[in-house]
Design a protein around this ligand. Structure first.
Ligand code: ADP
Length: 192
């Protein structure tokens, strides 16, 4: 199995690149952001809870997110592995993921691919996305800045854990989308 953690700040292009990686290597993409938005749209209890955090640009509490991810991973699927997009975002989630992947898939995280993009470019990209995405968390510069702040406060330290395991690879996330994909593909080929 190939199990990829796709890592990077909000607006770094994780969603787009996760889709490309998933097609290239036949992996199932699991995006916690998409799962939350699905629940919000369908007005589930989980959606209502998640919305109260997402609309402020804060992270949804760990246990809620971990339970949702675990449910998703338990669904039967015919895949060569998984791409985790937007998860893990905290140290607790990183530890939980390691355990779930071991228990449910009898496997491990193969690599953490990190998209690197300058903060001001992130803000510009998210404001632009907000013009068409309809995402409430893209509509306000203060919320966008708070998401980037949350990233540095809680998520950046996830990188340290993968670095320690020798699984952390940075890729420049600025430039042509397909060129970035090629760079990511090359990193996966190295560990196949
Ligand atoms: P982005 O990476 O652009 O912020 P996402 O779709 O990944 O977009 O996430 C949107 C929001 O959903 C986050 O700001 C956060 O509130 C919530 N969220 C997504 N994934 C997680 C997670 N693993 N843990 C906690 N909250 C999450």
């Amino acid at each position: 199995m190939i199990n990829i953690v796709l890592f990077g700040p909000p607006g770094s292009g994780k969603g787009t690149q996760a889709q490309h990686l998933s097609e290239k290597f036949n992996l199932k993409q699991i995006s916690t952001g998409d799962l939350f938005r699905y629940n919000i749209k369908n007005e589930t209890e989980l959606g209502k809870l998640a919305k109260s955090f997402i609309d402020k640009g804060e992270l949804v509490p760990d246990q809620v997110t971990i339970d949702m991810l675990t449910d998703e991973l338990r669904k039967p699927s015919n895949t060569n592995g998984f791409i985790f997009d937007g998860f893990p975002r905290t140290v607790a989630q990183t530890e939980a993921l390691e355990k779930i992947v071991r228990q449910e898939l009898n496997s491990e995280i193969s690599i953490c691919l990190s998209l690197v993009v300058d903060d001001e470019i992130l803000v510009q990209r998210l404001i632009k996305r907000g013009e068409t995405s309809g995402r409430t968390d893209d509509s306000d510069v203060e919320i966008i800045r708070n998401r980037i702040k949350e990233y540095y406060a809680k998520t950046a330290e996830v990188a340290e854990l993968y670095k320690k395991q020798g699984k952390y690879v940075e890729v420049n996330g600025v430039g042509d989308i397909s060129e970035i994909s090629e760079k990511l593909f090359a990193e996966v080929e190295k560990i196949k």
